[in-house]
Design a protein around this ligand. Structure first.
Ligand code: ZN
Length: 143
């Protein structure tokens, strides 16, 4: 039980209950819809791209606390980043949460990513990995 308790850390519950950047930003010009049938999570990612820069980002959807918290944290982190920076963060995040990628060390030297470490607990729960990565995959489809 302790691992599960850790998984549902306060920060996840907080983001799950009060998601940041929820909704469609004004002037958004790209979006994508994602669905995780294993859990029933759905998410739509809205982007306002300025050339290569994510000027604004928001999301809509519903799902479990993990999926909503992950989307919420992702929007906070990606706002203002370039596509290349976002790609880099996605691959680091994936290495953190996906058990099959645990062989390659994530190397968290980017301060922005520190907060995502709370989601690393999902790697113990393969069913939950899709919840945690849904928003990121959907972001990639939109960007
Ligand atoms: Zn879920």
């Amino acid at each position: 039980m302790s691992a599960l308790r850790e998984l549902y850390q306060e920060v996840i519950l907080d983001h799950g209950k009060s998601p940041r950047n929820f909704g469609k930003p004004e002037g958004s010009n790209a979006d994508a819809h994602g669905h995780n049938p294993l859990c029933g999570d759905t998410v739509t990612i809205h982007l306002k791209m300025d050339g290569d820069v994510i000027e604004d980002i928001g999301f809509e959807g519903r799902g479990c606390a993990i999926s909503v918290a992950s989307a919420s944290m992702m929007t906070e982190i990606l706002k203002g980043k370039t596509r290349a920076e976002a790609e880099d963060m996605f691959s680091r995040f994936h290495a953190l949460v996906a058990p099959d990628a645990s062989a390659c060390e994530p190397g968290f030297d980017a301060p922005d990513l520190d907060k995502l470490v709370v989601l690393a607990g999902v790697r113990e729960f393969p069913m939950r990995v899709k919840c945690a990565t849904l928003a990121w995959h959907t972001f990639k489809a939109a960007a």
